[in-house]
Design a binder for this molecule. Structure first.
Ligand SMILES: Cc1cc2nc3c(=O)[nH]c(=O)nc-3n(C[C@H](O)[C@H](O)[C@H](O)COP(=O)(O)OP(=O)(O)OC[C@H]3O[C@@H](n4cnc5c(N)ncnc54)[C@H](O)[C@@H]3O)c2cc1C
Length: 366
């Protein structure tokens, strides 16, 4: 079995207690190649997180711990991290907008083994609900965790009045994982799910129309993606260093310089994700400032993720590109996961806040 990703690739912090045990991190890492090619179900890795007591975490109680968990999981197995991030997001939205009874039921489902996800990306046609019959029509795309996620928080009736609903998505006949024909993140099985004809009782609707888009919880929550991206970039550099050490090539100054320069920037991305996670829990802050801070973290970790992939390619050379190379798979997963929605629009939105005239000189501090 591969060893756990070395914590040396994580910066020192005031609390060195790992959220995940060494055994869990090592198993997550060892499972990843089998999960990529469908030889092992990703559900077994999700059960490891369940065993670590992570399934009732929604990122609010101890955001630093949640960020640390995302980074550690992202370093070991990014696909598993993606599914856990969806679960955390869904639970957060349920607790924000669901009634006490809905939250109790969802928590009971989780206790009995449910895994949640958030499926927002619409297909053609988008998912709508007929007010009179309660029947759904339409499909979701990029629906992560087909066959593993048991209950998805879906968006119904796209637009400003979008409505959240919690739906049982275990019907395999409605899922089409073949739609996920990506070079990376294959283990997430993020394909198409057809909701057409499903009855959706009003009791499954979560919150009011438009709640889903309310800030600072919507875009303000992308710090979770930033944390995963930064963790995955650190894990990639750690795996590359491990290979170079084994090949007696890490002592070359050029190698150390190349990797360390990127690693320092990954650490900066980690710090930004931590800061955004803490800010997101602060009720007294202007929501738009939280949004800008979270966007900055996500776009910065996208940049350092790209730099990490490039540095690892240069450091390892051709061996990185063999079918079985661990670094190759990690880089494939990371490069796909770096592709998140509307990067340019997000940058403009953050700039609109941080550089706004009414923010004055101190607006550039977050
Ligand atoms: C591993 C993985 C799992 C996922 N799982 C889920 C899931 O479970 N549920 C879910 O809902 N979604 C999921 N997604 C999809 C995700 O939410 C985004 O929809 C997706 O990542 C968008 O990526 P994109 O690069 O195509 O973004 P886009 O937003 O299409 O951006 C691509 C480029 O087009 C530009 N662009 C976008 N809009 C405009 C415009 N109007 N004018 C000019 N330029 C524009 C962007 O700035 C960017 O440069 C997943 C994605 C990944 C990678």
């Amino acid at each position: 079995m591969n060893s756990a990703p070395q914590f040396a690739v994580f910066p020192a912090s005031g609390d060195e207690t790992p959220v995940l045990s060494d055994t869990t991190r090592a198993m997550l890492r060892a499972n990843a190649p089998k999960e990529e090619c469908g030889d092992a179900p990703i559900g077994a890795s999700m059960d490891l997180l369940r065993g670590e007591g992570l399934m009732l975490d929604d990122g609010t109680e101890n955001p630093q711990r949640t960020v640390a968990a995302l980074m550690q999981i992202g370093a070991a197995n990014l696909s598993v991290g993606r599914l856990w991030e969806g679960h955390v997001n869904a639970l957060r939205l349920l607790r924000l907008y669901g009634s006490a009874g809905q939250v109790r039921r969802a928590e009971a489902l989780i206790a009995s083994g449910a895994l949640l996800g958030v499926w927002g990306a619409d297909g053609a046609p988008p998912v709508t609900r007929d007010e009179n019959t309660g029947k759904l029509n339409g499909e979701k795309l990029f629906a992560s965790g087909l066959g593993t996620v048991t209950h998805a928080l879906i968006t119904v009736n796209s637009g400003p009045e979008v409505q959240l609903a919690l739906v049982d998505v275990r019907d395999e006949n409605r899922a089409d994982a073949r739609q996920w024909d990506m070079l990376g993140m294959r283990a997430t099985a993020s394909g198409k799910f057809d909701f057409t004809g499903l009855s959706l009782d009003k009791s499954a609707l979560i919150g009011a129309p438009g709640n889903y888009l309310a800030e600072p919880h919507f875009i303000g929550g992308v710090w979770r993606i930033a944390a995963l991206q930064a963790g995955a970039a650190a894990g990639l550099i750690g795996a590359a260093a491990e290979q170079l050490r084994a090949a007696d090539r890490l002592e070359a100054e050029a190698q150390k310089t190349r990797l360390m320069q990127v690693l320092m920037r990954v650490w900066a991305g980690m710090a930004m994700a931590e800061r955004a996670a803490t800010a997101a829990q602060c009720d007294s802050l202007d929501p738009e400032r939280i949004v800008a801070t979270s966007i900055a973290a996500r776009l910065f970790t996208e940049e350092v993720g790209l730099e990490a992939i490039s540095a690892v390619e240069q450091s390892l050379g051709l061996r990185h590109f063999t079918q079985s190379a661990e670094t190759g798979r990690m880089a494939r997963d990371l490069s796909v996961y770096l592709r998140q929605a509307a990067r340019d629009a997000f940058l403009q939105r953050a700039a609109g806040q941080a550089l706004a005239e009414d923010e004055g000189f101190w607006g550039v501090f977050k």
